[in-house]
Design a protein around this ligand. Structure first.
Ligand code: CO
Length: 497
């Protein structure tokens, strides 16, 4: 068994370090790549992907992987996790033929371009045909992968192993039934605050401010970088090279700060995973939902709390001494609730309804219960029903997200799973670090990072998401922590009785 393990580790190590080149290229594409370099970059990417795919299909040469799967009850916890994850990837890899993978990749590139154009022209009908083809190929993927109960289960499994439609239906219905009337209570109050920022905020100074904030949160800048990209993201290139990006506006420092804090949460998680896990493919978080729980916890539960905003306010003054807002102003600005069209611009109260709408729709697209041509109508009527807004045009509605154009069906639910987990974990952490609710010092932030390391980060992908959460919080996923967090905070802020 030892020699089989050794061989498997060597094979996984090669795949991991070759694919880290493609992570670096992805980062470069978003941060530095000149426009005319796009097509040659696509060739390099596809060649690296091909090398990794070939190596993936060879994982079981000599039957070592299948043998190890059969013997996994005798393995250590870490080795068993490594074998489990290697087999998951291998098994998915062998179900897709080379020609299927190529067809999917060509369609994604094409549909992405069509989507960009359609969004610019605010016209869903331009995109409808190729989106239909994308849904058909997703259905083919579902059939190749196989599934139980609901075809959408095969797709969620890629992002959130173990999650199913029947679990999500229960979770999301409960969340929706709490949020819709609660948001109505807030909007009925018709509170209007002055939420505009006055003044100019030099990007150079903002960069320093954002680095300071990442540093106090515990993101290690000597094992990472902060750069600029249109859509902020985090990428893991190696165990000591985890990079984040943000985007600055000279009129408003808030967007950049909260993007940095969000990505910093992802970065701190990934930087905390042991190197030996990275080497064998269990170095990433337990699932996308768990990963998102860390970013949302830093961004929302911590980042949008009054004690943190007081600390943040001091740092803003350090670089912008003429800043006129008080911490209380800033708290209201940062926590203002407005039902709007755009998911990525929405506040933490309305956000999950954007996700639930997408989930309800994509599940039915995959099962064939909604036709592509009906999409704008279904989208707009759900927006009206849940958020009370009338969508004026397709670019502000059904065309706003990139995900479907790239074939990422089943991804959206992980954002809300992250929100739910974040509140549940934070609630447990507060028992050990009660000062998070009162005055936040640099030491409090150190304790928070250490707590998360001890209960979440250091395990990488050793545990499945549900088990990790049970171990950390004493119970499986429970939405009541998120609901009470929202209810308590916003009832106070909006004087609801
Ligand atoms: Co995120």
């Amino acid at each position: 068994m030892d020699s089989k393990l050794k061989t498997l580790k060597k094979r996984l190590y090669e795949i991991k370090y070759i694919s880290s080149a493609s992570s670096l290229l992805h980062w470069d594409s978003e941060v530095y790549l000149p426009q005319n370099g796009v097509s040659s970059r696509a060739i390099t990417n596809s060649l690296i992907d091909e090398i990794c795919h070939k190596k993936l299909l060879k994982l079981d040469d000599g039957n070592i992987l299948t043998d190890l799967v059969n013997e996994s009850s005798n393995l250590s916890l870490e080795d068993a996790a490594m074998v489990r994850e290697a087999f998951r990837n291998f098994d998915k890899g062998r179900k897709f033929s080379n020609s299927f993978v190529k067809r999917l990749s060509i369609l994604s590139t094409k549909s992405h371009h069509v989507w960009i154009d359609a969004r610019k022209k605010k016209d869903f009908s331009m995109y409808s045909k190729i989106l239909g083809e994308m849904i058909d190929i997703q259905k083919e993927a579902v059939d190749l992968l196989g599934y139980e109960d609901h075809p959408y289960n095969a797709l969620i499994d890629d992002y959130e192993p173990g999650m199913t439609v029947s679990k999500l239906d229960t979770i999301f219905n409960g969340l929706r039934d709490f949020l819709v009337p609660f948001i109505r209570k807030i909007t009925d109050k018709k509170v209007s605050w002055n939420i505009t920022m006055d003044g100019k905020f030099s990007v150079l100074k903002q960069k320093k401010l954002n680095r300071d904030i990442l540093d106090i949160l515990g993101y290690d800048l000597s094992s990472g970088r902060l750069d600029i990209s249109t859509h902020p993201f985090t990428v893991e290139i190696g165990p000591h090279d985890v990079r984040v990006t943000t985007r600055y506006s000279p009129n408003d420092p808030i967007y950049a700060l909260y993007s940095s804090i969000h990505e910093g949460g992802h970065g701190i998680y990934t930087q905390g995973v042991p190197v030996e896990y990275f080497d064998v493919g269990i170095g990433h978080g337990a699932s996308l939902g768990v990963h998102e729980s860390q970013s949302r916890m830093y961004e929302n539960l911590l980042g949008r709390s009054l004690p943190f905003i007081k600390l943040l306010h001091g740092y803003i003054l350090k670089y912008f001494p003429d800043f006129t807002k008080t911490p209380d102003d800033l708290y209201r600005i940062i926590n203002h609730v407005t039902p709007g069209y755009i998911r990525t611009e929405s506040d933490e109260v309305t956000y999950n309804l954007h996700i639930i709408i997408r989930y309800e729709i994509e599940k039915k697209l995959i099962s064939g219960d909604i036709k592509v041509t009906e999409l704008p109508e279904v989208w707009n009527s759900k927006m009206k029903e849940y958020l009370g807004v009338d969508v004026p045009s397709d670019d502000l509605g059904v065309l706003q997200d990139v995900h479907w154009s790239l074939g990422s069906f089943g991804y959206f639910p992980t954002y809300s799973i992250g929100n739910i987990y974040s509140a549940q974990i934070y609630n447990t952490m507060l028992k050990d670090i009660p000062e998070l609710k009162e005055v936040i010092s640099l030491d409090t932030l150190k304790s928070m990072k250490a707590w998360l390391y001890e209960h979440i980060h250091k395990y990488g992908r050793v545990y499945m998401a549900e088990d990790l959460i049970k171990n950390a919080t004493g119970e499986g996923m429970n939405t009541s922590y998120f609901n009470s967090y929202i209810e308590e905070k916003y009832s106070k802020l909006y004087n609801l009785v």
